[in-house]
Design a protein around this ligand. Structure first.
Ligand code: F6R
Length: 234
């Protein structure tokens, strides 16, 4: 694991941007993307650059169940407004939150990932150590699946909704097995409320109770964290 500690999230965005640029320069064609507040500064740096993804494919980590793609709370909408409107990709895949047959949707998404092996996957980190929506206790063998979100995740994500009750209770998520297949992983975490999860991910035991600790087993991980998120590292 290569760990880069920066002053704040703005500086983290610049480091994240460099990782995307290097990947593109080295021929990467498939980018795994994340939503949430963490990757926003990296996406801003990309938007303000001349990087060109028009020959590339994107595959997102997750999507809420029951939310339409044009709903402002959907991850599709997030990607559109935070990246794709300014930096279009040749094709972009996300799980379909409105899929009427979740099992078929899970299979469809696994096929998407198999057919588009991910060169660089960007990840945020949940306060409870989740990556994608692989919550503590999730088996490491699963590929795409439907997740029951934990109370901690629902509460953390309620800041994007009118009330906690409006936060969907389930999501489609790439599984840990799918994430580990990416050639290069870029995990970003900013803020003091990520410090425990960061410590567990880097220094703690490799355990399903802290899903991100699985990254200790991946040969090519870049971690970009700010001083606050790094504050509990020894
Ligand atoms: C989002 C995702 C989640 C978030 C994590 C951190 O696509 O997969 O794992 O990365 O919940 O969220 P933020 O960045 O909002 O702190």
């Amino acid at each position: 694991m290569k760990v880069i500690v920066v002053k704040d999230q703005a500086a983290g965005g610049k480091e994240g941007y460099k990782v995307f640029k290097d990947a593109l320069d080295n021929g990467a064609k498939v980018f795994g993307l994340a939503t949430g507040s963490t990757p926003i500064t990296t996406y801003k740096e990309i938007i303000n650059s001349d990087l060109d993804f028009s020959n590339c494919t994107s595959v997102n980590l997750d999507e809420y169940v029951g939310i339409a793609p044009d709903n402002e709370q959907s991850y599709k909408y997030f990607m559109q407004t935070n990246l794709f409107n300014d930096k279009p990709f040749k094709e972009s895949f996300l799980p379909n939150g409105l899929a009427s047959d979740p099992e078929a949707e899970v299979k469809r998404y696994d096929k998407v990932i198999d057919e588009h092996p991910i060169d660089l996957q960007i990840l945020g980190l949940g306060r409870n150590g989740h990556i994608g929506f692989n919550e503590p206790g999730t088996s490491r063998d699963v590929t795409t699946h439907v997740v029951d979100l934990t109370e901690s995740t629902i509460e953390a994500n309620s800041r994007f909704f009118a009330s906690e009750n409006d936060v969907p209770k389930q999501a489609f998520s790439m599984g840990l097995a799918s994430i580990m297949k990416s050639k290069h992983l870029l995990l970003e975490a900013f803020g003091e409320n990520k410090a425990d999860a960061v410590k567990g991910m880097i220094e703690g035991p490799d355990t399903v109770d802290l899903p991100a600790s699985i990254l200790q087993n991946h040969p090519n991980v870049t971690v970009v964290i700010d001083e606050a998120a790094a504050s509990k590292l020894s």
